[in-house]
Design a binder for this molecule. Structure first.
Ligand SMILES: Cc1cc2nc3c(=O)[nH]c(=O)nc-3n(C[C@H](O)[C@H](O)[C@H](O)COP(=O)(O)OP(=O)(O)OC[C@H]3O[C@@H](n4cnc5c(N)ncnc54)[C@H](O)[C@@H]3O)c2cc1C
Length: 281
């Protein structure tokens, strides 16, 4: 395994795994994180950074699909919603959550909103299963659904629950939600009892899931955690612990949501660390 060559606290270069030594008084570490090992995410940079005395914030997979205790999404794998809102249903967690696409999978949940939430969920999973909730149509909460049902009872009493709901959501999902609410899909709005209305509104506005695991580093797009940011000078990305060492990219404890932010960080930080290392800042 490669090692930093350091003598009396002075950086001398790199000792390569094949026995060669590269002499250098400045070194940029840009080894990435632990995610998607097939593409090079080995986590090998953490050992090098530790050698320089850096603290590694415990890595967790992020931008990663989630596995749920509930098995019913399996039957609907591939069903997607364009704009849901998902939040972690625990004290001290923001109920504002994150909005975006949602995808039901063979193992649970994916899609941009879930991926964006997954890093926080992965960290919380260290303490046990994590409850999350989903507003299937972002902005339409439980009370709003209840109001819609009451309006439909007056304006469309002869129509079935599913025929109304499928104007907003995929039919297969509407049927599954009716089953969970104990409402026969053919029930008309006029027949829908208040208990069925409340059960359906509760599912549509705050669908509960228990996350039991993530799909892991093997398929995580990024790694949360890494070299502690306060140990690196933000203007140059120079190590505050070992002069001559610079750090960039996903190796650092910084990750972003879907949308190109992680690549942007990798490119921008690599550029900055490289320029700083050759003294052009
Ligand atoms: C499938 C996938 C899709 C993604 N899609 C997006 C996207 O759409 N938008 C986005 O913003 N981000 C995306 N990402 C994340 C993004 O690719 C990474 O955040 C970014 O590439 C990190 O760049 P990096 O240079 O820090 O690390 P990496 O790209 O991981 O590069 C690190 C390199 O260092 C090498 N290395 C590791 N240890 C050593 C060592 N000891 N010695 C020598 N070399 C070593 C590794 O082999 C690797 O080649 C995606 C990631 C994956 C896996």
């Amino acid at each position: 395994m490669a090692r930093l060559s350091v003598a009396d606290g002075v950086l001398k270069g790199i000792e390569c795994s094949d026995g060669r030594t590269v002499v250098a008084d400045r070194v940029v570490l840009a080894c990435g994180g632990k995610s998607w090992p097939e593409l090079g995410g080995t986590g090998g940079g953490y050992a090098l950074a530790r050698q320089a005395g850096h603290t590694i914030v415990e890595p967790a997979p992020a931008l990663v699909p989630l596995i749920t205790g509930e098995k019913w999404p399996e039957k609907l794998a591939g069903v997607s919603l364009p704009h849901s809102r998902v939040w972690i249903d625990l004290p001290r967690q923001s109920k504002a959550g994150l909005a975006g696409g949602l995808l039901l999978t063979h193992h649970g949940l994916s899609g941009p909103a879930i991926l964006d939430l997954s890093g926080a969920v992965a960290v919380l999973l260290r303490e046990g299963p994590v409850p999350i909730r989903i507003e299937l149509l972002a902005g339409v909460d439980v009370a709003a659904w209840r109001g819609r049902f009451d309006a439909w009872r007056t304006a469309a009493g002869s129509r079935s629950v599913v025929s109304l709901l499928r104007e907003y959501l995929p039919e297969s999902l509407c049927v599954a939600l009716c089953e969970q609410a104990g409402v026969a899909p053919s029930t008309t709005m006029a027949q829908l009892p208040a208990t069925g209305r409340d059960a359906l509104a509760g599912l549509l506005g705050a669908l509960p899931f228990t996350v039991t695991d993530t799909k892991g580093f093997d398929v995580a797009f990024v790694t949360r955690g890494g070299v502690k940011l306060s140990e690196v000078a933000p203007a140059t990305l120079a190590s505050r612990l070992l002069p001559g060492l610079f750090l960039a990219g996903e190796l650092l404890d910084l990750d972003g949501p879907c949308g190109g932010f992680n690549l942007q960080w990798a490119f921008a930080s690599g550029h900055l660390a490289g320029r700083s290392a050759v003294g052009r800042d």
